[in-house]
Design a protein around this ligand. Structure first.
Ligand code: ASP
Ligand code: MG
Length: 407
């Protein structure tokens, strides 16, 4: 049996915690070949970024990647040492040594392929392989550069290795018990889910639930790797992310409520209402990699209309500077922004086949006196844009309205 386990930064933030993780691994390694992926200890990545920014506002991508990759290289070596201390034969590997080849795109490189030859040899020689998460190299040759996979990317490393090794299990250990119906800090009656489909998990992650890296879930779906998310500090059962199955159909069609209060709205006032304008507005944003969400265009009056859409707060300045020349070009009057926005979403694959969920959602929000500013939907999600101050009451009202609380 081959098992891939991943331990997040909070699970390896001190040597004490690393010792505990080593004990857990030693236990599992008795009946399985094990590849273990680690994140950097605690807030190491944030600290390294802050250090780089003290020296330059816009750190060079290649050097920043090389710097950040050291966080995981350190934690993997330390964990290997902790395993030795438990009498476990272990070897630490960088992402490149584990065969992870990526694009040459600093700070968010995608994995092109995994060559698990060395990894397999280490496992076959009876060692636990401890792999530095979040990183790869651009090539096998000496010109290869170290790349990183984007914040939270160690999850993706783990799923990619599980796929390449055809592992029997892929287990992601973190500081929460699994995936919940909603954020338990907002709604204490939130329940842990035993299973969730890839699709639902992707919608949850995309709408603010920060349990897992989206790309890891996409990769899991693509290679049909079932992913267990569980707590490294206890032995609760966790949540299994897997393909939709029949038993999922009979349960509550709504699986969870996600919220995201890192939302800014931009409204372009008085845009001419004619073909090509939406393209002129949104194409440059796409080219600059700005993620645009909830888009609302009002009914036009006198041939003019207002277009508003949302971005994450971190991308607001970038979006503004991209739009400035475009606005001149198309003769738009003014750009108004509001950083105090939030999104709440209901998510569940049952939404697809059950009409009436949208109206039930709007009803629950209106009975709390919450104004809906914009709406977007996917097949299995309905999202409302609201004011940030309404997030908590909105989440609680929806959690209740869709009967998600503990029995
Ligand atoms: N250490 C990296 C980060 O903090 C990667 C990870 O934790 O998965 O984003
Ligand atoms: Mg981290």
């Amino acid at each position: 049996m081959i098992v891939v386990q991943k331990y997040g930064g909070s699970s390896v933030s001190t040597t004490e915690k690393i010792r505990n993780v080593a004990k857990r691994i030693a236990e599992s390694a008795r009946n399985a070949q094990m590849a273990v992926v680690v994140s950097a200890m605690g807030d190491t990545t944030d600290e390294l970024i802050a250090m780089a920014r003290e020296l330059t506002v816009l750190p060079d991508g290649r050097e920043l990647d090389k710097l950040l990759a050291t966080g995981e290289q350190a934690s993997s070596a330390i964990l290997a040492l902790a395993l030795h201390a438990q009498g476990v034969n272990a070897v630490s590997l960088t992402g490149g040594q584990a065969g992870i080849i990526t694009e040459k795109v600093p700070s968010k490189a995608r994995i092109l392929k995994v060559d698990p030859k060395r990894l397999k040899e280490e496992l076959n020689s009876g060692k636990v392989a401890v792999v530095a998460g979040f990183q790869g190299i651009t090539d096998n040759a000496s010109w290869a550069d170290i790349t990183t996979l984007g914040r939270g990317g160690s999850d993706t490393t783990a799923v990619a290795l599980a796929a390449a090794l055809k592992a029997d299990r892929c287990e992601i250990y973190t500081d929460v018990d699994g995936v919940f119906t909603t954020d338990p800090r907002v709604e204490p009656a939130a329940q842990k889910l035993d299973t969730i489909s890839y699709e639902e998990m992707l919608e949850m992650a995309g709408q603010g639930a920060r349990v897992m890296h989206s790309r890891a879930v996409e990769l899991g779906e693509l290679y049909e790797v079932e992913i267990l998310v569980a707590n490294s500090a206890n032995n609760t059962q966790g949540t299994l992310i897997k393909k939709e199955d029949q038993s999922m159909e009979v349960r509550n069609p709504v699986r969870g409520i996600a919220h995201d209060d890192d939302v800014a709205r931009l409204t372009v006032l008085s845009v001419p209402d004619k073909p090509g304008i939406a393209y002129q507005l949104f194409n440059p944003l796409a080219d600059s990699n700005v993620n645009v969400d909830v888009i609302v265009q009002n009914v036009s009056q006198d041939g003019l209309t207002d277009v508003s859409f949302t971005v994450s707060n971190a991308e607001l300045e970038k979006a503004k500077s991209v739009l400035a020349p475009v606005m001149k070009e198309i003769g738009a009057k003014e750009l108004v922004t509001d950083e105090n926005m939030a999104k709440v979403s209901i998510i569940g694959s049952g939404i697809r086949s059950h009409p009436g969920y949208a109206s039930q959602m709007f009803g629950a929000l209106s009975s709390e006196g919450i104004n809906i500013i914009g709406i977007t939907t996917s097949e299995i999600r309905i999202t409302c844009l609201i004011n940030k101050e309404n997030v908590k009451p909105a989440v609680r009202a929806l959690h209740k309205a869709f009967k998600l609380e503990k029995a």
